[in-house]
Design a binder for this molecule. Sequence first.
Ligand code: ATR
Length: 269
Amino acid sequence: MRRAAVIGYPVTHSLSPRLHGFWLKKYRIEGEYTAIEVTPDTLPEVLRGLGAKGFCGINVTVPHKETVIKFLDSIDEAARAIGAVNTITVRGGKLKGTNTDVYGFIENLRQNGFPRAKNKAVVLGAGGAARAVVKALTDEKFAKIMLVNRTTAKAEAIAKNSTGVEVMDWKDRAKTLSDTDLLVNTTTLGMQGKEPLALDLSTLPRQVVVNDLVYTPLITPLLAEAKARGNKTVDGLGMLIHQAVPAFEAWFGIRPVVDDDVRKQVLGD
Ligand code: ATR
C-alpha cells in the first residue's frame, strides 16, 4: 500500500485528502492520502522517517513550504525559482522537492480560459501564490507583468528576480487595467472571513480574462462582477486541482483527469 499525505500546521482545513482520496478510489489504487499535523520542530524528524514508513511522497503546506527546502536532497527549477516546495517525492530514500503551483495555475487557465494576447498581465498580491503566478506568466513569455501589492517592497523583491515585471502602488491598482489581457487576484481579499477586494473594474476591457485564486467562495465578488460585465472568468478551484495532478502521477503512476466529478468531490457536493 502506497502512502502519501499533506503536512502542515494547522492542516485540518486542507482539501487535498478529499482530492487525492477521490482519485485513489476512482483509479482503484491501493493507497492512502492523509493529513498529518507537523509542528516546525518535528519537521526534520518527520521528513527523515518518510521512506521507512512507506511514503511515496507528501504535499507541504503552511508554514513549511520554505523551511522544508534545507532538509531535501534536491529541488527542481520551479521550486528553486519560487523558493518554496509544495510537493515531495520519496525515491530510494531520497527526498526530491518541486512546486506544482506554477503548472497548476497555467493549466487551469489553459483549460478554462487562456487570454487571447500575452501583452500584459496584472497580478494582485506578492505572497507565495503570486511568486508561482509570476513564474508561470514569465515562462509563458507575457511581455509585461504588472505586480501590485499593499506592501510594495514584497512586489519589488519578486520583480528584482524576474524579467518584464513592473511594480505599481496598491492605491493605483485600478489605473492599470485598461490595457491588460489578464487579471489575477492572488491576495486573500474576497476570501470568506477576509476583507473584500475593493477594485474598480470600470476600465477593464471586455476581452480580459479574470482569474481569482480564492476559491472560498467559489464565485468571489471579483469574479461575479467581472462575469456580469461580460468578461471570461476562471475560478481558483481549478488551480488547486491541477496542481495535484503531477504529484498524484509521480506518487501513484497514473495521471488523473480533471473533470466535474473531482470538482464536485472537492467542493463536498
Ligand atoms: P499566499 O501564500 O497564498 O500568497 P500570503 O503569502 O499570506 O499568501 O499573501 C497574502 C497576500 O494577500 C499578500 O500579497 C498580502 O499583501 P501584503 O504583502 O501587503 O501583506 C495580501 N493581503 C492580505 N490582506 C490584505 C489587505 N487587507 N489589503 C491588501 N492586501 C492584502
